[in-house]
Design a protein around this ligand. Structure first.
Ligand code: NI
Length: 172
């Protein structure tokens, strides 16, 4: 297993519409484990493949970490939101690709997600609470959407500008 480098905004890969996965190869299985390891190391509660510069439809999550010590990793291949609750919930979100920036984001409280698991079997899962928010945040990544896109244009532009400046500064 290996830790992968996490890319940050304004890297254009984070804005790509990611490619669906067709075959579950040994390389893909290794990548899933690498992503989990990278997520736990960060630490984060979710990670999408484009965040490690691989624009394919693969996400890993562990929303249990915050509540107790027991790990509960979830791997989803080609995940799609099948239905969303009318009820909404608000969480303060952050993103490993937008370090040290947090904002309250409102999303549907419960979503039903269809996906293939690490063995290629079709699954459906009702995701609520923290997992509900995490899975929507990660699926957004596969569509090139970031949580700052839910902010006002003024706030979003301010964040993007700050990171563009920081990136320039490190090149010098
Ligand atoms: Ni993120």
């Amino acid at each position: 297993m290996a830790l992968k480098e996490i890319i940050t905004i304004p890297d254009p890969v984070l804005r790509e519409n990611c490619t669906p996965i067709e075959d579950i190869t040994p390389e893909l299985k290794t990548l899933m484990q690498d992503m989990l390891e990278t997520m736990y190391d960060a630490p984060g509660v979710g990670l999408a493949a484009p965040q490690i510069n691989i624009p394919i439809r693969l996400i890993v999550m562990d929303a249990a970490q915050k509540e107790d010590e027991e790990k509960d990793p979830i791997i989803m291949i080609n995940p799609v939101v099948l239905s969303s609750s009318d009820e909404r919930s608000v969480y303060e979100e952050g993103c490993l690709s937008i370090p040290e920036y947090f904002a309250e984001i409102e999303r549907p409280a419960i979503v039903k997600v269809g996906y293939r698991d690490e063995n290629g079997d079709s699954q459906e899962k009702d995701c609520a609470g923290l997992l509900g928010t995490v899975v929507q945040h990660e699926i957004d990544h596969l569509n090139g959407v970031l949580f700052i896109d839910y902010l006002s244009k003024l706030r979003r532009d301010r964040v993007i500008k700050k990171f563009a400046k920081a990136k320039k500064a490190t090149i010098i």
